[in-house]
Design a protein around this ligand. Structure first.
Ligand SMILES: Nc1ncnc2c1ncn2[C@@H]1O[C@H](COP(=O)(O)OP(=O)(O)OP(=O)(O)O)[C@@H](O)[C@H]1O
Length: 260
């Protein structure tokens, strides 16, 4: 059995097949170990979401391989779920019914369904709000429901596309802590896309900095600091600075090569 949950090898992707197709991903390769949190970090438009969609089977690569636990990814499956910044709860369903949604097609007993839903809601601290409707919840609570819905499915991998970007910093910090607590317990593999350096340093085991046009992995940085991390600690600031410096270098690559 492979120690890697996700293996991406030489993935290329272009959009548009007219005179000028846009080459979005260029020979992208990376691997994510089971239970690891890895972040894709890069400028807007560098191809992070496209990469995440390919890992989740929502989009096909033009060539290259994407393996999930040793098997090629051909379509989306419940082993790998995606969480977005837009929360996508059904407004006419209560909290508990929204979380049940993820299990509707599972061939498990009603009892097990209920147990999984309640476990997930307890993990995100919403057991007191089961019968509320989305409009009665704050943005942070709504994102907790979305996380509970993903957890109830018991996936191997959660793909997160800027999941906390729409939240205020208080809610964002709280949810980042909860995510770490849950991940520690469940050992779910997480691939995260974020624009937020602090979020990348706080959550990730490794950060992959992407350069743009076309998107490539420019640099990989391992964050060797115990979790939960202290945002004011010198090591945290060290990694923050390092990512920023590499990010700027990845951007400089794009500067036009002429002198005036
Ligand atoms: N379905 C599509 N059809 C055509 N072009 C697309 C499609 N999806 C993405 N693109 C283009 O591919 C490039 C990469 O987009 P992508 O959303 O992956 O970038 P990103 O790094 O996630 O950006 P952001 O951080 O702004 O979300 C962009 O130029 C975008 O316009």
């Amino acid at each position: 059995m492979s120690e890697y949950m996700i293996e991406v090898t030489d993935v290329n992707k272009s959009f548009g097949n007219g005179a000028k197709p846009v080459h979005v991903l260029d020979n992208v390769s990376f691997r994510v170990k089971k239970g690891e949190i890895v972040t894709l970090f890069g400028k807007s438009g560098c191809g992070k979401s496209t990469m995440l969609n390919i890992v989740g089977g929502f989009e096909r690569a033009d060539n290259g391989d994407v393996m999930h636990d040793g098997h090629p990814v051909e379509r989306p499956t419940k082993r790998c779920v995606m969480l977005f910044q837009q929360i996508n709860l059904l407004p006419w369903r209560s909290v508990i019914k929204n979380v049940e949604l993820g299990l509707e097609e599972e061939k498990i007993s009603a009892e097990e369904k209920k147990e999984r839903v309640m476990d997930a809601l307890k993990l995100v601290g919403l057991e007191e709000h089961l019968n509320k409707f989305p409009h009665e919840l704050s943005g942070g609570m709504q994102q907790r429901v979305a996380i509970a819905r993903a957890l109830a499915i018991q996936p191997d991998v959660i793909l997160m596309d800027e999941p906390f970007a729409a939240l205020d910093s208080f809610n964002r910090y709280n949810l980042q802590n909860e995510l770490l607590r849950i991940q520690e317990k469940k050992k779910t593999t997480i691939v995260l896309v974020t624009h937020d350096i602090d979020e990348a340093v706080y959550l990730s085991d490794r950060v992959m900095i992407m350069s743009s046009h076309p998107g490539r992995i420019f640099k990989e940085i391992s964050i060797n600091q115990m979790k939960p991390r202290d945002r004011t600690h010198g090591d945290f600031q060290y990694y923050r600075k390092k990512i920023l410096e590499e990010f700027q270098l990845s951007d400089e690559q794009l500067a036009p090569e002429y002198n005036i």
